[in-house]
Design a protein around this ligand. Structure first.
Ligand code: ADP
Ligand code: ASP
Ligand code: MG
Length: 525
């Protein structure tokens, strides 16, 4: 019998060291033993996509030298750890160099060129990994993801090349073409109908893996990342965040869309449409239980998580004259569409319409925004408010638990709220506040609603399993080096200071004071 395909996606931090690659190898062997044929989808080494994204704007001013050196170094370090020759990626490094030199000469670049450059991150990583796997005697076939995923034409150049959608109908021909060997391929990249390289948007490797699951009709999609699952809040902001052991697709979709970056919002659709369960697991701690998404198991209604999205701008559009006139909203939306701005949340009043714009979705260029605002000002008073954050409470049938939110809403005391919006699908309530207040609000809402909740699908708090417990041991070498100049020394763990300070700020205190005399270190202050 042909083994069923199972898709495992590994994010940036999961592919950056040889230790993680050993875990990946074990997982491949484990899944094969269980009778599956794995497809391994990889992101670029962590930080490389950011580096490549900044490279071409730098190249326009001829300042791309340091980035190129860094690109080579980061890959050379992994190649050394793997004992694989760097030659396997020389062609990609030269291509980036050639394109950057061209951009330096011309002083401009297109989204199409940016896609080509950014695609090299995933390509280089998988070439190194394929060479290492061959050395380990593992039978894995390397495939260029652009030969596996076909994108659909986008509405404009940016979306077409940098944030493409792909077709994801089941493809039995591809299933046959791939045979039964394990497959190693890239996330984030695909090919358009004209054969050009396109990207699936930042964080889009999750989506690549979901498309491949659908195309190959996989039995499961596994997302391997740096935290063991979807949590009730970003565990890096709320150390007490609890594991969500099970979630329905729609809830997970809403949570991802509202800012839980552990899953790319577009990755749930293709899996859900095909009833493919999604597991989220941590590569550093593969033994830990993670999150399972499916519609098979019923989950309880109510608030499941708090999520935040930063970089939001509000447009408050006010007019006395136009309200109740037919077509007022249409006029606003036509103007926004003309400038390619997509609206996220909307709140309406008698003389005011406030809309929120998500910087990520809109790739907000100040010139575009200015042009749009100028046009709106022809028929209304427009105020731009920002930077803001949209903090959302997410969960199924959230309206049914509004009465339980009473005490939690105290978290908003003395905190200006610019906008409240309730999702029509009954999965979220969103509050837009100043960006500076976001972390504090998330912590405070979590403390009141979720720290001690006992819904059956809530699991352990993140900090109980986080590597922080052994933080001092991890820094042993650095600590010994510090102490070598003489003791005693006072050592501050700034990450922990930050976490504790945030817990303090979440308390219902009117004001908090800091005694500089006790600790005058600028970093701590
Ligand atoms: P990868 O590189 O593996 O794709 P990402 O950085 O894209 O990983 O996503 C993982 C990160 O998502 C975590 O490190 C965590 O800080 C963040 N995150 C935000 N919200 C949540 C949440 N609700 N649950 C889990 N992780 C979250
Ligand atoms: N490497 C890409 C990015 O950083 C895709 C991904 O990691 O999902 O956006
Ligand atoms: Mg990601």
């Amino acid at each position: 019998m042909t083994p069923s395909r199972i898709v495992l996606k590994f994010g940036g931090t999961s592919v950056s060291t040889i230790e993680r690659w050993r875990t990946i190898l074990n997982l491949i062997r484990e899944r094969e033993k269980q009778g599956f044929a794995p497809v391994i989808v990889c992101s670029a080494i962590s930080g490389i996509s950011n580096l490549l994204e900044a490279l071409l704007p730098d190249a326009m001013h001829g300042r791309h030298g340091p980035a190129l050196a860094n690109l080579r170094d980061r890959h050379a370090t992994l190649a050394r750890e793997m004992d694989v020759p760097i030659d396997v990626i020389e062609a990609d490094l030269s291509e980036v160099e050639r394109i950057a030199s061209g951009v330096a000469l011309l002083g401009e670049f297109t989204p199409r060129l940016r896609a080509r450059v950014m695609a090299t991150g995933e390509l280089m990583l998988t070439r190194l990994a394929a060479a290492w796997m061959a050395q380990q005697g593992v039978d894995v076939a390397w495939h260029d993801a652009r030969d596996l995923l076909r994108s659909i034409a986008g509405p404009n150049e940016n979306r077409h090349f940098l944030s493409a959608n792909c077709t994801c109908e089941a493809d039995p021909t591809l299933v046959t073409r791939l045979g039964t060997a394990a497959v190693l391929t890239q996330g984030f990249i695909a090919r358009d109908p004209d054969g050009h390289t396109v990207l699936l948007g930042r964080g889009g490797s999750d989506t690549s893996a979901a498309y491949l699951s659908a195309v190959l009709q996989a039995v499961r999609l596994e997302i391997w990342t740096d935290v063991p699952g979807m949590f009730t809040a970003d565990p890096r902001v709320v150390p007490h965040a609890r594991l969500l052991r099970r979630l329905g697709y729609a809830e997970a979709q809403e949570l991802a869309a509202m800012g839980a970056k552990v899953l790319h919002p577009r990755c749930i659709g293709p899996a859900a449409a095909n009833g493919i369960p999604i597991w989220i697991r941590a590569t550093p701690t593969p033994q830990l239980e993670g999150t399972e998404l499916s519609d098979e198991i019923a989950t309880s209604p109510g608030v499941k998580a708090v999520a935040a999205r930063r970089g939001i701008l509000l447009l408050s559009i006010e007019t006395l004259g136009m309200w109740q006139e037919a077509g007022f909203l249409a006029r606003i939306f036509v103007t926004m569409e003309k400038h390619g701005l997509s609206v996220d949340h909307i709140a309406t009043g008698e003389s005011n319409v406030t809309v929120s714009l998500d910087a990520l979705a809109n790739a907000l260029d100040p010139r575009i925004l200015d042009a749009c605002v100028a046009e709106l000002r022809a028929f209304a008073d427009v105020k731009v408010i920002g930077p803001c954050a949209a903090v959302s409470l997410v969960g199924r049938q959230i309206r049914s638990v509004l009465h339980e939110l009473g005490p939690a809403l105290e978290a908003f005391a003395e905190l200006p709220i610019h906008m409240v919006s309730q999702a029509a699908n009954d999965l979220a309530i969103t509050f837009v506040v100043d960006e500076a207040h976001a972390d504090r609000l998330v912590l405070s809402l979590h403390q009141r609603l979720l720290d001690h909740a006992n819904t059956p699908e809530l699991g352990r708090a993140w900090h109980l399993d986080a590597p922080a417990a052994s933080r001092w041991v991890v820094h042993r070498e650095a600590l010994l080096a510090m102490a070598s100049a003489g003791t005693p020394v006072y050592v501050h763990d700034l990450e922990k200071v930050r976490r504790q300070a945030m817990r303090l700020r979440a308390l219902p205190l009117e004001r908090a004071f800091f005694a500089m005399k006790a600790c005058p270190l600028p970093e701590v202050i």
